[in-house]
Design a protein around this ligand. Structure first.
Ligand code: GLA
Length: 629
C-alpha cells in the first residue's frame, strides 16, 4: 500500500493538499475545468471494434470515414488509440517504443519510432489524436488478453508500459513530442498485479499494490489513486501550454470515483466496460443516470464508449441502437464511436449522424438529464437546454409495451400553455397541453425536443441546471455501493460465478429532485417536486449566470433516520455569508431563505450539523431557484 510518505512524495512540494474545514466557503468552482471539454468529447476509439488488434490502416481508415461521411463536421473529432500500441519500454532510459510493424509511419529514423507523423496526419484532417496508458506499471490487456500476440514484448521491466513512476517522462513524450491531444488512463495496473496473483507468481510481472479492488471499495486506497491523477494533471498542464488536451479517467466506477472523478479529469468512467448486451447497457446507464450533479462543462460522467454496430446494437437491432445513442446523448456522455466505420451500414451512420440528438449532447449549458419519472421499467429523463427548451427521453427498459403519460410537470412547464414536441427521429411535430399519452415499445427510447412555458417564471430551479451545481462535499463519509444499479448476467463475471454484486459506490450522493436515497423530497410532510437532496455536512457550489435572487425552502428531509441532530443551512456569495437558517431538525417545517445575489458569481450552499450522523441525515434545498428579479 502507498504510505502517507509515498503519497506526499508522489505529490511533490508544489501541490497543496486541502486542509481545514471542508465546509468553509471558497468562492471557487472546484470541479475540473482543465483541458478542452466544455461540451462532452465526441470521436472514435479502437477498443470496441478491434481490442488490441490495431494498426494504422484500421485507425486512419475509420478516421477517413469520419471525415467523408460528414460525421467529423458534426463534431466527432477525437480518434483514440486504446490499449495495444506499445511494443516495450526501452531500457535503461525508459523511452516508450511503438509497435512499428503496426504503425509504419512511426519509423522516422533516429533511435526510436515516433507517433508524430500519425498525429500530424490526423491533425491535417482536422481531427484530434488520443492515446492510452495505465496508472500502474502494466495495462489491462497485459492482465486479461487471452493471447500475448499484441502485448508488449521483452523483459519484465521492458513490458512495464504504464505510467507508474514514469508520469512526467511519458506525458512529455505523448503530448510534447508526439502531439497527442487526449489520454485515457486505465487502472488495471493498480488492481490486477497482487503479489499472490498467478501472473506475478509466474515471474512475468512485478507485484504492485493492489491499490484498487473493483468489487470492494473498502479495500481501495482512494487517496493513492487521487494522488496519481493529481500528478498526471500537473504533467498535462506543463506539457500542454495551449490547454488543448483531455484527461480521461478509467477506473470503472471503482474507488468511489463517481464522487470525485469530476475534480480530476474531463471525463470519468462510472462503470465497468460496456459490451454489446442489453443488460450491460442498463448497468452502465444506471451508474450515470442518478449522477447529473456530478457532471459539468469540463467534467463529464462517462458510462463508456458507444457499442452501436455490434450484438444487441447492430443494424438488425435499430431500436436498441437508437436507444443507446439517445440515452448517451441526454446523459451528456462522451459520444465515442466504437465500431469499424469502414464497414458500418448507412442505417447506423444515420444514428451517429442525427444532428438534432447530437445538439442535445453538445448543448452549451452542459446540463445532464435528470430523472423526472423513475421506475424499474420506464423512466422519463429531462434535460434543460441553453435556450430554455427541454430535451425529453422516455425510456422503456423492459420487455413489455408501455403507454406512458408525459405531463407538463415532468418538463417543469406550465399546465395551461401548449407544449410543442419535436420527435428527433421522425421530425414529426405535435402539441399537447397538460399531458399526453405516448406508446413506447420494449427497449425503445422516444426522444423529443420540447418547447413550452416554464412553470417557474423568470428563473430556473437549480435541479434544472445540474451543469452549474457541484457537490464539492456531498456528505458521504463511507463510500457505499449503490443498490439501485442494474446487475446483469451479461456482466464480465458471466453466470458461472456468484453474480454481479453491488459495487459502484456513490449511494447517498447528491440528487436532483430526489432525496439522496431515492425518496421524494419532503420536509415535515411538505412535498417538493423540485430541489436538491443531499446529506448533512455538505457544500454545494452553484454558478450564477446573472440571476438577481436565490430562493429556497430548507429543512431536514423526512427520509432522515437521525431525528435528533440539528442542521443549520447557510448561503454564501463569492465566499461571503449571505444568509443562515435557524437550527432545525427532523419534523420541523421548512424555513424560507431568499437573498439577493446580483453580481455574485459563485453561490455556496452549506448544510452543517456538527453532531449529526451525515449518512442518516438527508437534507433538502426545496425549490432552490435562481431568479431574474
Ligand atoms: C479496460 C478499459 C477498457 C479498455 C481496456 C483495454 O478494460 O476499461 O475501456 O481500455 O481496458 O485493455
Amino acid at each position: 500500500m502507498l504510505t502517507a510518505g509515498v503519497i506526499a512524495a508522489l505529490l511533490g512540494p508544489s501541490i497543496a493538499v486541502a486542509q481545514g474545514d471542508p465546509l468553509a466557503p471558497t468562492g471557487r468552482w472546484s470541479a475540473n475545468m482543465a483541458g478542452r471539454a466544455s461540451t462532452p468529447p465526441m470521436g472514435w476509439s479502437t477498443w470496441n471494434a478491434f481490442a488490441t488488434d490495431i494498426d494504422e490502416d484500421k485507425i486512419l481508415g475509420s478516421a477517413r470515414q469520419i471525415v467523408d461521411s460528414g460525421l467529423a463536421a458534426k463534431g466527432y473529432r477525437y480518434i483514440n488509440i486504446d490499449d495495444g500500441w506499445a511494443l516495450k519500454r526501452r531500457m535503461p532510459d525508459g523511452r516508450m517504443i511503438i509497435r512499428d510493424d503496426k504503425f509504419p509511419s512511426s519509423r522516422v529514423g533516429g533511435d526510436a519510432p515516433s507517433f508524430k507523423p500519425f498525429t500530424e496526419k490526423l491533425h491535417a484532417m482536422g481531427l484530434k489524436a488520443g492515446i492510452y496508458s495505465d496508472l500502474g506499471r502494466n495495462t489491462c490487456s497485459e492482465a486479461h488478453s487471452p493471447t500475448d500476440t499484441d502485448l508488449p514484448k521483452g523483459t519484465v521491466l521492458e513490458r512495464e508500459v504504464g505510467l507508474y513512476g514514469r508520469i512526467d517522462q511519458d506525458i512529455a513524450l505523448y503530448f510534447k513530442d508526439w502531439g497527442f491531444d487526449f489520454i485515457k488512463v486505465d487502472g488495471c495496473g493498480l488492481r490486477d498485479y497482487a503479489p499472490q496473483s498467478e501472473r506475478v507468481r509466474s515471474g512475468k510481472f512485478r507485484a504492485l499494490g493492489p491499490f484498487l479492488d473493483s468489487s470492494e471499495v473498502m479495500r481501495t486506497n482512494i487517496a493513492a489513486i487521487q494522488a496519481m491523477f493529481r500528478q498526471i494533471n500537473v504533467a498535462l498542464t506543463r506539457e500542454n501550454p495551449d490547454g488543448d488536451y483531455l484527461l480521461s479517467l478509467c477506473v470503472w466506477g471503482a474507488a468511489n470515483v463517481r464522487a470525485w472523478g469530476k475534480d480530476y479529469g474531463a471525463i470519468s468512467r462510472t462503470s465497468d466496460d460496456i459490451s454489446p448486451a442489453w443488460g450491460r447497457l442498463l448497468v452502465n446507464y444506471d451508474t450515470t443516470v442518478t449522477r447529473p450533479l456530478y457532471a459539468h462543462p469540463g467534467s463529464w460522467n462517462d458510462p463508456d464508449m458507444l457499442h452501436i454496430g455490434a450484438g444487441d446494437f447492430d443494424a438488425d437491432h435499430l431500436t436498441e441502437a437508437r436507444s443507446h445513442f439517445a440515452l448517451w446523448a441526454v446523459l451528456n456522455a462522451p459520444l465515442m464511436i466504437g465500431t469499424d466505420l469502414r464497414k458500418t451500414p448507412q442505417a447506423l451512420l444515420d444514428v451517429f449522424g442525427n444532428a438534432d440528438i447530437i445538439a442535445l449532447n453538445q448543448d452549451p449549458a452542459g446540463n445532464q438529464a435528470t430523472l423526472a419519472h423513475d421506475s424499474s421499467d420506464v423512466q422519463i429523463l429531462v434535460k434543460t437546454l441553453a435556450s430554455g427548451d427541454k430535451a425529453v427521453a422516455i425510456f422503456n427498459r423492459g420487455s413489455g409495451d408501455y403507454d406512458v403519460d408525459l405531463s407538463a410537470s415532468h418538463l417543469k412547464f406550465s399546465q395551461d400553455a401548449p407544449i410543442e414536441l419535436v420527435d428527433l427521429w421522425s421530425k414529426q411535430v405535435s402539441t399537447f397541453t397538460k399531458r399526453t399519452r405516448l406508446h413506447v415499445k420494449p427497449r425503445e427510447t422516444l426522444i423529443f425536443r420540447a418547447h413550452g412555458k416554464h412553470a417557474l417564471q423568470g428563473g430556473y430551479y437549480l435541479s434544472e441546471q445540474p451543469g452549474s451545481v457541484n457537490p464539492a462535499v456531498d456528505g458521504v463519509l463511507y463510500p457505499t455501493p449503490d443498490p439501485s444499479i442494474f446487475r446483469t448476467g451479461a456482466g464480465w463475471g458471466g453466470t458461472g460465478g456468484a453474480g454481479d454484486r453491488p459495487s459502484y459506490a456513490g449511494w447517498g450522493g447528491a440528487r436532483a429532485d430526489s432525496a439522496p436515497y431515492g425518496q421524494l423530497l419532503q420536509i415535515a410532510g411538505q412535498r417538493f417536486t423540485a430541489g436538491i437532496g443531499i446529506l448533512a455536512n455538505s457544500r454545494l457550489e452553484v454558478r450564477n449566470h446573472g440571476a438577481q435572487r436565490f430562493t429556497t425552502l430548507v429543512g431536514v428531509d423526512d427520509s432522515a433516520s437521525d431525528k435528533a441532530s440539528d442542521v443549520t443551512f447557510a448561503v454564501y456569495g463569492d465566499g461571503k455569508l449571505l444568509a443562515t437558517s435557524k437550527a432545525t431538525k427532523w419534523g420541523m417545517p421548512a424555513q424560507s431563505i431568499s437573498v439577493p445575489v446580483a453580481g455574485v458569481k459563485l453561490i455556496e450552499l452549506v448544510a452543517r450539523s456538527p453532531r449529526g450522523d451525515n449518512q442518516r441525515l438527508p437534507v433538502t434545498w426545496g425549490e432552490a431557484a435562481l431568479l431574474e428579479r
